[in-house]
Design a protein around this ligand. Sequence first.
Ligand SMILES: [Zn+2]
Ligand SMILES: [Zn+2]
Length: 251
Amino acid sequence: MNLTVLGSGSVVSSAERATSGYLIESGPNKLLLDLGFGCFKNLQKIENPLDISAICFSHFSHPDHVADLVGFLFHRKVAVLKKMSVSNQLNLFGPAGFGEFFSNLTKAFPSFVLLPFPIKVTEIGYDKLQIFNFVVKTKPVKHSDGSAIGFRIESEGKAIMYSGDSEYCDALVDLGKEADLMVLECSSTRQKTDGHLSPEECAQIASQSNAKSLMLSHLYPETENLDLKGIVSKKFSGKIIKANDLLKVEV
Ligand SMILES: [Zn+2]
Ligand SMILES: [Zn+2]
């Protein structure tokens, strides 16, 4: 299994960092986690987006996690009209309220979102579901503005955890137990911000989870000059990775 970062930035994007998105692959199976603005462009550098048929969203209240869905859908519409090969059904997953969000999107952009191919929209209960050969486990996490979930993706005997956006909570520790790779948002760097994690809290969660490696992501521009690894290594002894767009990690 491997993970490629499509966007390592936060809602304040930069030339170097798109917002939030990840591609997880296991053999021929591909799964997207979030698709914030800038991520679809990065996806097209490494994958044919027409081969993607499942996207999971951590939350939909903030555009840095969901904004490129419209561009993704319209790209597929154009391909269908050109009679190009497209995976049959597109499966979209999100937390409670995601169905209403998608319905509102079809009203805001009808000719871009109402498409000539089947789309299945599923609101994820706080349980587990099977997507291709991925076992996807979710839990509610503590973020601002509406429902938000974190993920644990298991396949090939390995586990990747993704926090989405959240402040410290037990759910993050549970989802990350013994994970081969833990991807945590690390956006509370200047001062404590509600709904987000500081580097010290990332280290604490990774240590409590006994994760093998920790990727720090969802980075604001002001973190570029911070020694994040230095801060985190004081509390976490596993491998520490600072995310960059298009970085690919095998587990
Ligand atoms: Zn965010
Ligand atoms: Zn958010």
